[in-house]
Design a protein. Sequence first.
Length: 376
Amino acid sequence: MSANQKIQMVDLTGQYRRLKPEIDEAMAGVMTSGCYINGPEVRAFSGALSEYLEVKHVVPCGNGTDALQAALMALELEPGDEVITSSFSFIATVEVIALLGLKPVLVDVDPETFNIDPELVREAVTSNTKAIIPVHLFGQGSEMDSIMLIADEFNLYVIEDAAQSLGSSYKLNGLQKRLGTIGDIGCTSFFPTKNLGCFGDGGACFTNDDALGEKLRMIVNHGARKKYWNEVVGVNSRLDTLQAAVLIEKLKHLDDFLERRRKAADFYCHALKDLSFLHMPGQVSKSEHSFNQFTVRVLNGRRDELKTYVSEWGIPAMIYYPSPLHKQPVFKDHGINNLSLPVSEMLCDQVLSLPMHTEMTEEQLEFITNKIRQFS
């Protein structure tokens, strides 16, 4: 493979080079105007994303973690209220639950899709349960049919963590809906490596509920509808104008970004499907998969060996996630360290994510898969 084809886990520079003229022009427009905070590009991006998602309200904020926190604050939950989510995920989801004095209730996931198991959600519901946060992990939707039925049955809120799945759809009751627009509130991140990434931090909440939309806007703006008139306790969490300008341009290409990821994933699956030491990622029949990560399970205790082997050939690989959340020391005082969640624990010993981004070439994919096929 040629020197200029160096394989990267995520090639952000290559994507920028491809979109450079339009992105540079958009950023230069902001710098010329000097409207760096709450400039017109922020409102324009909010409107464009709202139209793309077919959702009434998009509320931009500073990052994906802030989006989750604002969503929980908007629901006006009380300290001690229980929120059910999965243990095999990034810490942000559970972090904000604990930060607000709520009680995280962690359940196990499906070993094929890595997403929360709805039957275990049902078993975890108590009289103190107020919300469910399904994480659409690695780019595909949780089983939202079942989750919404459970929420309706027990009168629970649903906050979708769509940080890794923006742009993918889910077929609910015969209708295609974008992930993040099915529950009461959806949340996403515009971290640079996400499906729709900016050049720094950024995030957003989505909702079709007018009251929640208004509440979210206040919360991310110090609890104010207008300047110097604060109605609720809020936070300072803004998407800056430069990032919004970048996102406006990138949103025009989001469907192409997703298609490029899916083509790379199809190549991986076809080339690696017959290897006895690998388990390909399972897919939910009703959900599209955006493959924010292409994550396989390496069997027979050989994950670390494979990771070392491919690195010797210049192939990066990452472990998402090396430890389940219920084993994290930060939660030792939250009553969840003594849980036994065997699937999450197994996955943390087996998962390995291969390079995945919008700029992957067939030459790179052939090199990666050929080297993995030679692993023995």
